[in-house]
Every structure is written in C-alpha cells, then in structure tokens.
Design a protein around this ligand. Structure first.
Ligand code: SF4
Length: 339
C-alpha cells in the first residue's frame, strides 16, 4: 500500500497535465469540471469548461440563466440531462444553501446529479477532506495493481474496490492523492496498451506479474440496447423556414428541437411507410448509450403533415435552438436539398 501510494504521488508530480480546474479550490469550478467531464474526454471537455466559467463566473450566474442558454452552451457534449441537472443544481444551491456549496461529503451527496464519485471529488479537491474517489480510472488501477478479478459493476466488486480505495487514500493529502491515481489511470495504466514497460510500480503489479493486464478489470456486460425507428418530416413554408418541434420530457433529447417526427415500432413498419416517399439522403444511424436509432428524412407537404404547434425556423435561428447531434449530422450533409 505505502509503496503504491508514494509511487503515485511521485509519478503525478512529474507527469500531471496542466488543467485549469487543478488550479482552483473553488467548489463551483470543481463541480462544473466534474459534471462536464463525466463520460467526456478531457480534450473535448476543456473548451466547454472555459465557455461555462466565462459565461457563468459564479453559481448564481448559472442559476439565473435561462435553461435554453445553458443547453445552447452544452450543445455537442451529449447527455443533455446532465446539462439540465447542472442548471437545476445551481438553482438548488442558490435557493437552499444561499449560493454557498455544501461543505461536507454527506451534504454534497444531497445535491441533484451528485453521486458518491462527484461528492468525493468536490470534498477532497475543494476542502481536502479524506474521501477516496472511485471512477473508471481508479477501478482499473486497483484491479490491475492488486490483481482483483471481481467485476467492477457487481455490488460485491464495488464494495471491495471502494474499501481498497479508502485504505489506499493518503489521509494527509487526499486531494493530491485522488488527482494522482485518476491521472495515473488516464495516462499510464490506460485501458488499452498501458505503459507497463516504464511503469514505476511494474515490479509489484499483480496483473503484470501474472500476465493478466489485458484481462483486468472485469466488467459484466449488462447494457440492453433499444432499437428505434424515426422518420423525420422536412416541411417548409416556402419562405426558407422549416417546421420544428420541441421534444418533451421522459425521453432522450428533452428540450431539444427536431423536425416533426413519426416513430415506428419496427424497421419493416418504417420501410413500408417510406414506399413512394421522397427521401433525402441515406438512412442515418445514431448510437446512444442504451439506444440505437435508424432514421430517414423525407420531404413532406403541409397537407400530409401539419400541426399548428410547429415552430417555423430559418436554419440560422438554430444557433438559439439546440438540436440533437443526429439532426445536426443530417443538416451538415443535406442542407442544400431541403427547399
Ligand atoms: S505495470 Fe502496467 S498494469 Fe501494472 S500498474 Fe503499471 S501500467 Fe498498470
């Protein structure tokens, strides 16, 4: 334990990346970086962090913003529920905590969208409290170094890895320790092709000694992918405007704008419906974490599909109306064929 703890910190001092959220102890900036970086690579998340901190320098500024403004800035990061939670949590902090972030791990956990990982990250980075972070990087380092072959997404596995992370935590400098183990997982003990040949703990790493590096960590595959079949209607009013509608709650892309949609239960149903219709472009496939969408875009006349609730928008107006990545991909490829 001691050897690994020390090696991690020495390695971190020499190898760490210079990232803006590492120069602050402000819980608001730390929370912002953690929410942006969930399921997002650092190089992709960094410009978003800079945009958000510039647009909303305090948690009150974020709380006072319109949700649309927040979603517009979030556009391109995916997982829009995180963008909405970010806004809702800022309002919760402003209303329930007078604009000050909670100062304990337990109180941080009560915030919307803040789970054990994010609470431990804020508690340690902002307040130097001794809470170990356990994210994908930490699971991987612990599993390999200690040769633990319990599934990281099983209840028993989670319990044991959390206990191990807690035991390894440097109680005197938890912030630096947490940064070090996560950075070590991200840069050195990478998921694929870890740098074992130049690793400072290669002589005591159980996975390397037993030739199991590529087998660890173990994860049970549980994700069931739901298939969906979308036909989008390209409906114009003759004045360079297209019909859009806003997606409702309890489904993907809540609050985003899309063309009028007809959804089908099966691929065959969709293909039957498309017979004789004027299709623009090819079939689009869009993969989300738990869903796979097959989509077509067709030209439709107001007579075939009209609803007075549609919003008629010029394409230029889309900068103020966030759209799903699927619609964006279609417009990039076929915006010249719509009118
Ligand atoms: S030796 Fe390889 S597997 Fe073991 S901790 Fe180092 S990088 Fe990871």
């Amino acid at each position: 334990m001691n050897a690994l703890r020390q090696a991690l910190q020495e390695w971190y001092k020499a190898q760490q990346r210079d990232l803006p959220w590492r120069h602050t102890q402000d819980p608001y900036f730390i929370w912002l970086s953690e929410i942006i970086l969930q399921q997002t690579r650092v190089d992709q998340g960094l410009p978003y962090y800079l945009k958000f901190t510039k647009a909303f320098p305090t948690v009150q500024d974020l709380a006072n913003a319109e949700q649309q403004e927040v979603l517009n800035l979030w556009q391109g990061l995916g997982y829009y529920s995180r963008g909405r939670n970010l806004h809702a949590t800022a309002q919760q902090i402003t209303l329930e905590h007078n604009g000050a972030f909670p100062k304990t791990y337990q109180d941080l956990l009560k915030l919307k969208g803040v789970g054990p990982y994010t609470a431990a990250a804020i508690a340690s980075f902002a307040y130097n409290l001794p809470h170990a972070v356990v994210d994908g990087n930490v699971f991987r380092v612990l599993s390999r170094y200690f040769g633990v072959d319990l599934a990281i997404n099983s209840p028993e596995g989670k319990r044991q890895f959390e206990a191990l992370a807690g035991e390894l935590l440097d109680q005197h400098s938890p912030a630096q320790h947490n940064q070090a183990i996560m950075e070590f997982g991200a840069l050195q003990c990478k998921p694929v092709s870890p740098n074992c040949s130049v690793c400072p703990v290669q002589e005591t790493c159980m996975a390397l000694l037993s030739n199991k590096v590529s087998q660890l960590p173990i994860k049970i595959k549980t994700v069931k992918v739901r298939k969906r079949f979308f036909v989008y209607h390209i409906l114009t009013n003759g004045q360079n405007e297209l019909a859009f509608s806003k997606r409702g709650p309890k489904d993907i892309w809540e609050g985003l704008y899309e063309f009028p949609l007809t959804e089908f239960a099966t691929l065959d149903d969709m293909l039957d419906y498309l017979g004789g219709k004027q299709i623009i472009g090819e079939r689009f496939q869009h993969v989300l974490t738990h869903q796979k969408i097959e989509a077509y875009f067709i030209k439709t006349t107001p007579k075939e599909n009209f609803n007075s609730n549609y919003l008629m928008l010029d394409l230029k107006a889309l900068t103020d109306h966030p759209i799903p990545r699927l619609i964006d991909k279609f417009l990039i490829a076929h915006s010249g064929e719509l009118f």
